[in-house]
Design a protein around this ligand. Structure first.
Ligand code: FES
Length: 316
Protein backbone atom coordinates (compact mmCIF):
# COMPACT_ATOMS: atom_id res chain seq x y z
CA UNK A 1 0.00 0.00 0.00
CA UNK A 2 1.30 3.47 -0.87
CA UNK A 3 0.14 6.64 0.82
CA UNK A 4 -0.27 9.49 -1.64
CA UNK A 5 -1.32 13.13 -1.57
CA UNK A 6 -3.65 14.63 -4.15
CA UNK A 7 -1.39 17.37 -5.51
CA UNK A 8 -3.84 18.62 -8.14
CA UNK A 9 -7.38 18.05 -9.25
CA UNK A 10 -8.72 19.37 -12.55
CA UNK A 11 -12.03 19.30 -14.37
CA UNK A 12 -11.13 17.66 -17.68
CA UNK A 13 -14.60 17.41 -19.27
CA UNK A 14 -18.24 17.18 -18.25
CA UNK A 15 -18.32 14.77 -15.28
CA UNK A 16 -14.63 13.87 -15.65
CA UNK A 17 -11.92 14.99 -13.19
CA UNK A 18 -8.26 14.19 -13.15
CA UNK A 19 -6.34 13.61 -9.93
CA UNK A 20 -2.60 13.98 -9.69
CA UNK A 21 -1.11 11.83 -6.94
CA UNK A 22 2.37 12.08 -5.40
CA UNK A 23 3.95 9.92 -2.71
CA UNK A 24 3.20 11.35 0.75
CA UNK A 25 6.83 10.75 1.78
CA UNK A 26 8.14 12.69 -1.22
CA UNK A 27 9.87 9.64 -2.69
CA UNK A 28 9.62 8.44 -6.29
CA UNK A 29 6.58 6.27 -7.00
CA UNK A 30 6.97 2.70 -8.33
CA UNK A 31 7.60 2.59 -12.07
CA UNK A 32 4.72 1.60 -14.32
CA UNK A 33 4.22 0.60 -17.92
CA UNK A 34 1.58 1.90 -20.32
CA UNK A 35 -1.83 0.33 -19.68
CA UNK A 36 -1.26 -0.15 -15.93
CA UNK A 37 -3.82 0.66 -13.28
CA UNK A 38 -3.82 1.25 -9.53
CA UNK A 39 -6.33 0.31 -6.85
CA UNK A 40 -7.56 3.40 -5.01
CA UNK A 41 -8.83 2.75 -1.48
CA UNK A 42 -11.72 5.01 -0.56
CA UNK A 43 -13.84 5.48 2.53
CA UNK A 44 -16.09 2.63 3.71
CA UNK A 45 -13.77 -0.04 2.33
CA UNK A 46 -14.45 0.84 -1.31
CA UNK A 47 -11.63 -0.12 -3.65
CA UNK A 48 -11.68 0.97 -7.26
CA UNK A 49 -9.31 0.54 -10.17
CA UNK A 50 -8.15 3.49 -12.26
CA UNK A 51 -5.76 3.47 -15.21
CA UNK A 52 -2.68 5.65 -15.08
CA UNK A 53 -2.74 8.18 -17.88
CA UNK A 54 0.43 10.17 -17.40
CA UNK A 55 3.67 9.47 -19.26
CA UNK A 56 4.96 6.05 -18.11
CA UNK A 57 8.44 7.46 -17.59
CA UNK A 58 7.25 9.78 -14.83
CA UNK A 59 8.00 8.72 -11.26
CA UNK A 60 7.09 11.90 -9.39
CA UNK A 61 3.34 11.49 -9.92
CA UNK A 62 0.49 9.29 -11.08
CA UNK A 63 -2.40 10.81 -13.00
CA UNK A 64 -5.85 9.22 -13.09
CA UNK A 65 -9.03 10.36 -14.83
CA UNK A 66 -12.36 9.60 -13.16
CA UNK A 67 -15.79 9.70 -14.77
CA UNK A 68 -18.65 10.44 -12.42
CA UNK A 69 -20.80 7.62 -13.61
CA UNK A 70 -24.55 7.71 -13.09
CA UNK A 71 -24.38 3.94 -12.58
CA UNK A 72 -21.52 4.30 -10.10
CA UNK A 73 -21.47 1.80 -7.25
CA UNK A 74 -20.03 4.57 -5.09
CA UNK A 75 -16.38 4.80 -6.15
CA UNK A 76 -16.39 7.53 -8.78
CA UNK A 77 -19.02 9.46 -6.87
CA UNK A 78 -16.93 9.37 -3.68
CA UNK A 79 -13.87 10.64 -5.55
CA UNK A 80 -15.78 13.44 -7.26
CA UNK A 81 -17.62 14.60 -4.18
CA UNK A 82 -15.16 14.03 -1.38
CA UNK A 83 -11.57 14.05 -2.62
CA UNK A 84 -9.88 17.44 -2.96
CA UNK A 85 -6.38 18.77 -3.48
CA UNK A 86 -4.29 18.13 -0.39
CA UNK A 87 -6.23 15.02 0.65
CA UNK A 88 -4.44 11.76 1.34
CA UNK A 89 -5.34 8.45 -0.26
CA UNK A 90 -4.04 4.91 -0.08
CA UNK A 91 -3.31 3.20 -3.37
CA UNK A 92 -1.77 -0.06 -4.53
CA UNK A 93 1.37 -0.33 -6.61
CA UNK A 94 0.56 -0.32 -10.35
CA UNK A 95 -0.43 -3.56 -12.05
CA UNK A 96 -0.67 -4.03 -15.78
CA UNK A 97 -3.29 -6.33 -17.32
CA UNK A 98 -3.40 -4.35 -20.56
CA UNK A 99 0.21 -4.13 -21.66
CA UNK A 100 1.49 -3.21 -25.10
CA UNK A 101 2.69 -6.15 -27.17
CA UNK A 102 6.42 -5.86 -27.58
CA UNK A 103 7.66 -5.76 -31.13
CA UNK A 104 4.32 -4.91 -32.74
CA UNK A 105 4.87 -3.42 -36.20
CA UNK A 106 1.91 -1.13 -35.82
CA UNK A 107 -0.59 -0.48 -33.02
CA UNK A 108 -4.18 0.66 -33.42
CA UNK A 109 -5.52 2.30 -30.28
CA UNK A 110 -9.26 2.77 -29.74
CA UNK A 111 -10.67 4.74 -26.82
CA UNK A 112 -14.31 5.30 -26.00
CA UNK A 113 -15.04 8.07 -23.49
CA UNK A 114 -13.12 7.64 -20.23
CA UNK A 115 -11.40 4.64 -21.87
CA UNK A 116 -8.91 7.23 -23.12
CA UNK A 117 -6.95 6.94 -19.85
CA UNK A 118 -4.86 3.79 -20.46
CA UNK A 119 -4.79 4.57 -24.19
CA UNK A 120 -3.15 7.95 -23.48
CA UNK A 121 -0.29 6.30 -21.63
CA UNK A 122 0.05 3.81 -24.49
CA UNK A 123 0.25 6.62 -27.05
CA UNK A 124 2.93 8.36 -24.97
CA UNK A 125 4.98 5.16 -24.74
CA UNK A 126 4.65 4.30 -28.43
CA UNK A 127 5.56 7.86 -29.44
CA UNK A 128 8.60 7.78 -27.13
CA UNK A 129 9.74 4.53 -28.75
CA UNK A 130 9.16 5.83 -32.27
CA UNK A 131 6.69 2.97 -32.86
CA UNK A 132 4.02 3.38 -35.56
CA UNK A 133 0.50 3.79 -34.21
CA UNK A 134 -2.80 5.55 -34.68
CA UNK A 135 -5.29 6.53 -32.02
CA UNK A 136 -9.05 6.76 -32.50
CA UNK A 137 -10.86 8.58 -29.72
CA UNK A 138 -14.67 8.37 -29.69
CA UNK A 139 -16.81 10.52 -27.43
CA UNK A 140 -20.31 11.91 -27.41
CA UNK A 141 -19.10 15.50 -27.83
CA UNK A 142 -15.99 17.62 -27.34
CA UNK A 143 -17.38 18.75 -23.95
CA UNK A 144 -17.41 15.13 -22.80
CA UNK A 145 -13.97 14.22 -24.17
CA UNK A 146 -11.28 14.45 -21.48
CA UNK A 147 -7.66 15.30 -22.27
CA UNK A 148 -8.46 16.75 -25.71
CA UNK A 149 -6.14 19.71 -25.22
CA UNK A 150 -3.31 17.39 -24.19
CA UNK A 151 -3.86 15.19 -27.24
CA UNK A 152 -3.96 18.19 -29.56
CA UNK A 153 -0.72 19.56 -28.13
CA UNK A 154 1.06 16.18 -28.07
CA UNK A 155 4.00 15.47 -30.36
CA UNK A 156 1.87 12.64 -31.77
CA UNK A 157 -1.20 14.83 -32.41
CA UNK A 158 -1.10 14.00 -36.13
CA UNK A 159 -1.77 10.33 -35.27
CA UNK A 160 -4.92 11.08 -33.29
CA UNK A 161 -8.37 11.05 -34.87
CA UNK A 162 -11.28 12.24 -32.77
CA UNK A 163 -14.81 11.01 -33.47
CA UNK A 164 -17.82 12.73 -31.92
CA UNK A 165 -21.31 11.21 -31.91
CA UNK A 166 -22.73 14.71 -32.24
CA UNK A 167 -20.81 15.30 -35.47
CA UNK A 168 -21.81 12.47 -37.81
CA UNK A 169 -19.19 13.48 -40.36
CA UNK A 170 -16.48 12.53 -37.80
CA UNK A 171 -17.96 9.11 -36.92
CA UNK A 172 -15.55 6.21 -36.70
CA UNK A 173 -15.75 3.86 -39.68
CA UNK A 174 -14.36 0.82 -37.85
CA UNK A 175 -14.75 -1.53 -40.83
CA UNK A 176 -12.62 0.74 -42.95
CA UNK A 177 -9.96 1.38 -40.27
CA UNK A 178 -9.70 -2.33 -39.46
CA UNK A 179 -9.75 -3.65 -43.02
CA UNK A 180 -6.88 -5.84 -44.25
CA UNK A 181 -5.16 -6.72 -40.95
CA UNK A 182 -1.46 -7.40 -41.28
CA UNK A 183 0.34 -9.98 -39.08
CA UNK A 184 2.38 -7.43 -37.12
CA UNK A 185 -0.57 -5.24 -36.17
CA UNK A 186 -2.06 -5.17 -32.70
CA UNK A 187 -5.30 -3.57 -31.58
CA UNK A 188 -6.03 -2.09 -28.13
CA UNK A 189 -9.47 -1.00 -27.04
CA UNK A 190 -10.89 0.47 -23.84
CA UNK A 191 -14.24 2.09 -23.20
CA UNK A 192 -17.90 1.27 -22.64
CA UNK A 193 -18.90 -2.34 -23.28
CA UNK A 194 -20.98 -1.53 -26.39
CA UNK A 195 -18.15 0.45 -27.95
CA UNK A 196 -15.66 -2.31 -27.22
CA UNK A 197 -17.95 -4.97 -28.66
CA UNK A 198 -18.35 -2.91 -31.83
CA UNK A 199 -14.60 -2.51 -32.32
CA UNK A 200 -13.77 -6.13 -31.44
CA UNK A 201 -16.60 -7.67 -33.49
CA UNK A 202 -15.63 -5.54 -36.47
CA UNK A 203 -11.99 -6.57 -36.12
CA UNK A 204 -12.91 -10.26 -35.99
CA UNK A 205 -15.19 -9.87 -39.03
CA UNK A 206 -12.25 -8.29 -40.87
CA UNK A 207 -10.05 -11.30 -40.07
CA UNK A 208 -8.05 -10.07 -37.06
CA UNK A 209 -6.58 -12.89 -34.95
CA UNK A 210 -7.87 -13.08 -31.36
CA UNK A 211 -4.37 -12.87 -29.88
CA UNK A 212 -3.82 -9.52 -31.59
CA UNK A 213 -6.87 -8.01 -29.90
CA UNK A 214 -6.20 -6.47 -26.49
CA UNK A 215 -8.91 -5.04 -24.29
CA UNK A 216 -9.54 -3.57 -20.89
CA UNK A 217 -13.01 -3.45 -19.41
CA UNK A 218 -14.03 -0.94 -16.76
CA UNK A 219 -17.16 -2.81 -15.82
CA UNK A 220 -18.55 -6.29 -16.34
CA UNK A 221 -20.61 -7.23 -19.35
CA UNK A 222 -24.22 -7.99 -18.39
CA UNK A 223 -24.81 -11.68 -17.72
CA UNK A 224 -28.16 -13.50 -17.75
CA UNK A 225 -28.44 -14.91 -14.23
CA UNK A 226 -32.01 -16.19 -14.53
CA UNK A 227 -30.88 -19.81 -14.98
CA UNK A 228 -28.37 -19.74 -12.10
CA UNK A 229 -28.56 -22.78 -9.84
CA UNK A 230 -26.82 -23.87 -6.69
CA UNK A 231 -23.58 -25.85 -6.42
CA UNK A 232 -21.13 -26.86 -3.72
CA UNK A 233 -17.60 -25.68 -3.03
CA UNK A 234 -15.16 -27.75 -1.01
CA UNK A 235 -12.12 -26.15 0.60
CA UNK A 236 -9.31 -28.59 0.03
CA UNK A 237 -7.14 -27.53 2.97
CA UNK A 238 -9.76 -27.93 5.70
CA UNK A 239 -12.15 -30.30 3.94
CA UNK A 240 -15.24 -28.16 4.66
CA UNK A 241 -17.98 -28.05 2.02
CA UNK A 242 -20.51 -25.24 1.54
CA UNK A 243 -23.54 -24.93 -0.67
CA UNK A 244 -23.68 -21.81 -2.88
CA UNK A 245 -27.31 -20.86 -3.57
CA UNK A 246 -28.39 -19.21 -6.82
CA UNK A 247 -28.57 -15.74 -5.27
CA UNK A 248 -25.15 -15.74 -3.58
CA UNK A 249 -21.58 -15.63 -4.87
CA UNK A 250 -18.89 -18.03 -3.72
CA UNK A 251 -17.13 -15.15 -1.96
CA UNK A 252 -20.31 -14.22 -0.07
CA UNK A 253 -20.90 -17.81 1.07
CA UNK A 254 -17.30 -18.25 2.19
CA UNK A 255 -17.32 -14.93 4.00
CA UNK A 256 -20.48 -15.90 5.90
CA UNK A 257 -18.54 -18.91 7.19
CA UNK A 258 -15.53 -16.87 8.22
CA UNK A 259 -13.40 -17.70 5.17
CA UNK A 260 -11.93 -14.51 3.74
CA UNK A 261 -10.99 -14.31 0.08
CA UNK A 262 -9.24 -11.05 -0.88
CA UNK A 263 -11.53 -9.01 -3.14
CA UNK A 264 -11.43 -5.66 -4.81
CA UNK A 265 -13.72 -5.01 -7.79
CA UNK A 266 -16.20 -7.85 -7.06
CA UNK A 267 -17.04 -7.82 -10.76
CA UNK A 268 -14.53 -10.18 -12.33
CA UNK A 269 -12.43 -7.33 -13.66
CA UNK A 270 -9.38 -7.03 -11.40
CA UNK A 271 -8.25 -10.60 -10.63
CA UNK A 272 -7.71 -9.95 -6.90
CA UNK A 273 -9.87 -12.93 -5.86
CA UNK A 274 -8.32 -15.39 -8.32
CA UNK A 275 -8.44 -18.88 -6.76
CA UNK A 276 -7.06 -22.22 -7.91
CA UNK A 277 -9.59 -24.88 -8.81
CA UNK A 278 -8.46 -28.45 -8.09
CA UNK A 279 -11.57 -30.32 -9.25
CA UNK A 280 -14.78 -29.47 -11.07
CA UNK A 281 -15.59 -27.10 -13.91
CA UNK A 282 -16.09 -23.37 -13.26
CA UNK A 283 -18.51 -21.25 -15.19
CA UNK A 284 -16.32 -18.25 -15.88
CA UNK A 285 -17.95 -14.84 -15.70
CA UNK A 286 -14.86 -12.70 -15.38
CA UNK A 287 -13.13 -10.41 -17.83
CA UNK A 288 -9.77 -10.94 -16.20
CA UNK A 289 -8.63 -14.34 -17.51
CA UNK A 290 -7.88 -14.86 -21.20
CA UNK A 291 -10.01 -17.32 -23.17
CA UNK A 292 -7.18 -19.87 -22.96
CA UNK A 293 -6.84 -19.42 -19.20
CA UNK A 294 -10.57 -19.86 -18.75
CA UNK A 295 -10.53 -22.99 -20.91
CA UNK A 296 -7.84 -24.54 -18.66
CA UNK A 297 -10.43 -24.46 -15.81
CA UNK A 298 -7.74 -24.57 -13.13
CA UNK A 299 -8.55 -21.14 -11.64
CA UNK A 300 -11.56 -18.86 -11.40
CA UNK A 301 -12.80 -15.63 -9.86
CA UNK A 302 -15.14 -16.53 -6.97
CA UNK A 303 -16.48 -12.96 -6.72
CA UNK A 304 -18.66 -13.56 -9.78
CA UNK A 305 -17.94 -16.89 -11.48
CA UNK A 306 -19.99 -19.98 -10.70
CA UNK A 307 -19.83 -23.72 -11.49
CA UNK A 308 -20.92 -25.96 -14.34
CA UNK A 309 -20.29 -29.04 -12.19
CA UNK A 310 -22.13 -29.87 -8.97
CA UNK A 311 -18.92 -29.43 -6.96
CA UNK A 312 -15.80 -27.28 -7.17
CA UNK A 313 -12.81 -28.19 -5.04
CA UNK A 314 -10.81 -25.04 -4.30
CA UNK A 315 -7.22 -24.61 -3.21
CA UNK A 316 -8.26 -22.85 -0.01
FE1 FES B 1 -11.94 -8.42 -8.80
FE2 FES B 1 -12.85 -10.87 -8.16
S1 FES B 1 -12.53 -9.20 -6.87
S2 FES B 1 -12.04 -10.23 -10.04
Amino acid sequence: MIEVVVTARHDEAVDICSYELAAADGQALPAFSAGAHIDVHLADGLVRQYSLCNHPQERHRYLIGVLKDAASRGGSQALHEQVRQGDRLRISAPRNLFALHEGAERSLLFAGGIGITPILAMAEALARDGAPFELHYCARSSERAAFLARLRAAPFADRVQVHFDEQPETRLDAAQVLANPRPGQHLYVCGPAGFMAHVLDTAKAQGWAEDHLHREYFAPVAVDTSADGSFAVKLNRCGRTFQVPADKTVVQVLESHGVEVPISCEQGVCGTCLTRVLEGVPEHRDLFLTEEEQAANDQFTPCCSRARSALLVLDL
